[in-house]
Design a protein around this ligand. Structure first.
Ligand code: SF4
Ligand code: F3S
Length: 106
């Protein structure tokens, strides 16, 4: 499956949602996650993300391995999002900043 990682936090551009053929994204207050049981590994979302936050589970950076289990867990509690919406207000300012993990709101 594909995995949303740290740089989505506080950005949430949602371009990824529009291209997913199986609607496997779920939405929380400031992050999206992918349901690993539904993702068909089509790869389409990767290039769409302005934050470059989506990786194959085999390519998740070493310091973000926890996001593999985090996506799976959040997919069980957050609702599905099927249409693109406006990004978070300061998305561009927060794109690429470090230390966003602690800001994730469940
Ligand atoms: Fe959806 Fe394809 Fe991305 Fe998986 S890889 S989340 S199926 S767009
Ligand atoms: Fe997040 Fe990128 Fe989608 S910032 S909402 S994974 S387009």
């Amino acid at each position: 499956a594909y995995v949303v990682t740290e740089n989505c936090i506080q950005c949430k551009y949602t371009d990824c949602v529009d291209v997913c053929p199986v609607d496997c994204f779920v939405e929380g207050p400031n992050f999206l996650a992918i349901n690993p049981d539904e993702c068909i590994d089509c790869t389409l979302c990767v290039a769409e993300c302005p934050a470059e936050a989506i990786f194959s589970e085999d390519d998740v950076p070493d310091d973000q391995q926890e996001f593999i289990a985090l996506n799976a867990r959040l997919a069980e509690i957050w609702p599905t999002i099927t249409a693109r919406k406006a990004p978070m207000p300061d998305a561009d300012a927060n794109n690429g900043t470090t230390g966003k993990r602690d800001l994730l709101v469940e």
